[in-house]
Design a binder for this molecule. Structure first.
Ligand SMILES: Nc1ncnc2c1ncn2[C@@H]1O[C@H](COP(=O)(O)OP(=O)(O)OP(=O)(O)O)[C@@H](O)[C@H]1O
Ligand SMILES: Nc1ccn([C@@H]2O[C@H](COP(=O)(O)O)[C@@H](O)[C@H]2O)c(=O)n1
Length: 266
């Protein structure tokens, strides 16, 4: 499958209200991040961004921002989120595409997506991008409930009524998506019931293919810096030698005296 932003753009740009254009034909790397509500997707994505240079796009955050922006879809999005329902894919994908464009990056963690079959099929059809794999944070439901009720980030959907609805939607709509990617050998399941640092150790192991690039980059930066320092050192020595030669040519005696004085001082 062709996975360039350009080809995705070609499809998306046929939409009447599509804005902007994809500037690049670079290969796009996408990792989907799924897990029950409160499983720690956002927490772990923040760590991944720091270590592996991905751009983190939380579909929930994008929808929350859109619902507060006063856009025509705002009220519909807010009402659906308060019911724990899944917003129509065309709305979510449009927001995702815009955020991908604006980031300028080519590596994305798409968090909380695809939530159902409609999300999955629409992303594949419109964006023409296959995910590298799906990172799945698996966590017992009692722990999810405890985390959500203690989150205290002012989210309207972190109340017991909506939480129960979100769990139901996860089981009915998202678990089949996890099974789909599992059957394709693309599911990377992580035990998310452990403390944050321990979970991240497992995440790092899964993302290790992307670390090679980061290390190579770091190593080549180091050699570049060392190479530059050595070059500066050589140029300085060259200048010093040239100055001494010139001084010797024009003031031969003085130079000899200087040398003599210097060797006495030593
Ligand atoms: N491994 C962990 N152990 C204990 N608490 C955690 C762990 N990971 C995250 N948390 C806490 O649980 C809460 C939910 O985490 P987070 O927001 O990352 O989950 P999420 O999967 O992104 O949630 P949602 O799907 O609702 O957006 C936060 O308060 C976070 O600090
Ligand atoms: N693909 C998605 C993702 C999210 N939603 C809605 O947002 C709510 C919050 O999502 P979080 O990932 O931040 O927990 C979710 O309950 C849905 O209402 C969506 O519609 N489609």
């Amino acid at each position: 499958m062709d996975t360039t932003l350009e080809s995705s753009a070609a499809v998306l740009d046929t939409q009447k209200d599509a804005d902007g254009s994809f500037p690049t034909d670079k290969k796009i790397t996408v990792v989907f991040v799924l897990g029950g509500p409160g499983s720690g997707k956002g927490t772990q994505c923040a760590n991944i961004v720091e270590h592996f240079g991905f751009t983190h796009l939380s579909t929930g955050d994008l929808l929350r921002a859109e619902s507060k922006s006063g856009s025509p879809n705002g009220i519909m999005i807010r009402d659906m989120m308060n019911e724990g329902k899944i917003v129509p894919s065309e709305v979510t994908i449009k927001l995702l595409r815009k955020a991908m464009l604006e980031s300028g990056n080519d590596k994305f963690l798409i968090d909380g997506f695809p939530r159902n079959e409609e999300n999955r099929a629409a992303f594949e059809n419109i964006m023409k991008i296959e995910p590298e794999f799906v990172l799945y944070f698996d966590c017992p439901v009692e722990e999810l409930e405890r985390r959500l009720l203690n989150r205290n980030q002012g989210r309207d959907d972190d109340n017991i009524g909506t939480i129960q609805k979100r769990f139901k939607v996860f089981i009915e709509s998202t678990l089949p998506i996890l099974e789909y990617y599992n059957s394709k050998g693309k599911l990377r399941k992580i035990d998310a019931g452990k403390p944050v640092d321990e979970v991240f150790e497992d995440v790092k192991a899964v993302l290790s293919p992307f670390a090679v690039e980061a290390n190579t980059c770091r190593k080549s930066n180091v050699s570049m810096v060392l190479g530059l320092e050595y070059l500066i050192y050589l140029v300085k020595r060259l200048f010093r030698a040239a100055r001494m030669l010139l001084t010797h040519l024009f003031h031969g005696t003085a130079l000899e005296e200087g040398w003599h004085a210097a060797s006495i001082q030593k």
